[in-house]
Design a protein around this ligand. Sequence first.
Ligand code: TC6
Length: 699
Amino acid sequence: MTTSVRYERQGQVGVITVDNPPVNALSQHVRQGLLDCLAQGLADDEARALVMVGAGRTFIAGADIREFGKPLADPDLNGVIEAYENATKPVVAAIHGTALGGGLEVALGCHYRVAVAAAKVGLPEVKLGILPGAGGTQRLPRVAGVEAAIDMITTGKFVPAGKALKLGIVDAIVDELVPGAVAFAEKLLAENAPLRRVRDMDEKVKAFDPARFEAMRKAVVKAARGQMSPVGCFDSVTASVTLPFEDGLKREREIFTGLIESDQSKALRHIFFAEREALKIPDVPSDTPTLPIRTAAIIGAGTMGGGIAMCFANAGIPVKLLEMTREALDRGLGIIGGNYANTVAKGRLTQEAMDKRMGLIEGVLDYDALSEADIIIEAVFEEMDIKKKVFAALDSVAKAGAILASNTSTLDVDEIAASTSRPEFVIGTHFFSPANVMPLLELVRGAKTSNQVIATSMKLARTIAKVPVLVGNCDGFVGNRMLEPYGQQAELMLLEGAMPAQVDGVMQRWGLAMGPFTMGDMAGLDVGWRIRKRRAATRRNDLFWPTVADQICEMGRFGQKTKAGYYLYEGGSRVPVTDPKIEQLIVEASKAAGIERREISDEEILKRCLYALINEGAKCLEEGMAIRASDVDVIYCFGYGFPAWRGGPMFQADLIGLDKVLADIKRFHAALDDRWKPAKLIETLVAEGRSFADYDRGR
Ligand code: TC6
């Protein structure tokens, strides 16, 4: 008998407890334990009903993702679920925490389900590039209806217990988990309730008109933007309507097998673990004591400052927002109010919750008001002199032990820290715009930043629902530093013969949320222009520097906010429209630079953009600016619209083969210029026959 699942009896009810920390995943020994305990419960003459529950903080959070990609050891999950469904005594699943993926599928194999009010259920497999392959696509529509099942399974969203009750996924909400579930089982016995098998409940699937599938599928394909799993999930759910249960299971298995072996699923699993790995900092022990963060303050109520203040308010942390004038403060608070009001209008936030959040944000006009804040984040103009003045002022008002953070995207955190008497309390917090929406947070470690400040900032990032990655202090840190050569290749290709729409089209079709020029227009072209001017004095003059971006800025075209950039945005639209004037400007710029325009293939565009990211990412690694290759992937997938189903640039390099990537980089180096000098790390790894994943493992 395994110890990860145990059986005990409470009166006439046998209780089966899954105890496999941290999240009770369905590892092989758990699957075996579930079968063993079921047999024990069925053989126990004193037990007339059974309850299944998870130990610790959650019910079962799904299959053990670490077992994917390896030969699956018996017993298989479908067999376990079938055994429960065919049990001759009623089985009740008692859900707390989350019942996810295989966990919810096991619960759907039980005859009844109860949950505590705070529990959530979901089938998030789609986010791992697969589908719920243990009957979830056939059983969920039978309890929740086809439409709700399609919504849950193709998006992977979690549903709170109250809604799950309304949908019929759970049968009752209980106050106390085990006593509530045992009482529910006793009631079933008293009422002589039937052994209700979900597979037999076909009322809801029969009521659905399959003629609706065609239009629904089109919407799923469109929203998936190249990702296969939402479409596979959809197709599998349709089988619950068009095929008998057993045939539906077979169809589910076929689609599942294709998906789990796909590169997309490997990429998504990589990102799942990479996100969690990024939380571990080798020289900052996990038990490093953290500082309490009860209150926060933000300096600057502009777009970034306002967005950051919302992150704190959303997490229930009171935050002071400092501006220099009443007018600027009122404008900033007005924008925050407008953002929340939009969310309320869309039905994603209640008016009451909005009022509560707005109530947590206090506008102030005096530095002295920041004296009690546990963390102060500066979000003023990206100019070193201004930042230094702000930090000197902060140093004189902030209480001892407060974290002083700079929301910079490129500037030297050590230089900023040096303007205070406490550099160990200074850290960079690079939020991404819009800060209340974008998940990534690059935390920039200065030379003197203390471990306690790092540990606290990592923890705080999770509290405010961000995905943190610790990076080193170099120009552009990791994300923007990599964006630089990427953007340069895109610019150079314009002069060599491409047009913005071609470059953007290639990258978008490959899966990026936006191509480089659309992204520049959205972020504001003036930002890069300012940075280029700052760097002009120090940049290599043996390289050719394209000027199209500068020329566009000189025309006062800064992108979407000025309704014109690389593209036109007519009538305030966000849809880029090709502007013949810019195409003309590009052709003339080629002529002025003496470059003969040529046809540039889509393949060349993709390689030059992607490999520029990979090469610079490797340089960040060899210089210790990024801790792991997988951290670079997290940065790109959570901050730069890189599709998670491509796994990030470094994962792509491994997938393509680092030797092939290096061969192309060398070819570009010979044919183009020294920007393509291969990173030493790539050369070393190729010489050793290793990949970035091997590098991460061997660190
Ligand atoms: C499935 O079920 C398919 C079925 C069909 C089969 C035929 N497996 O996220 P946290 C680890 S697919 C293995 O930090 P939280 C995680 O790596 C699965 N490990 O905690 C981390 O390890 P570390 C469908 C797992 O409280 C630790 O547990 N299910 C799994 O913030 C803590 O995780 C899902 O997709 C797993 N399934 O969030 C659910 N899950 O400490 C995936 C977690 O060594 N899980 N770990 O770094 C989650 O969404 C979240 O973990 C959570 C808990 C909401 C359960």
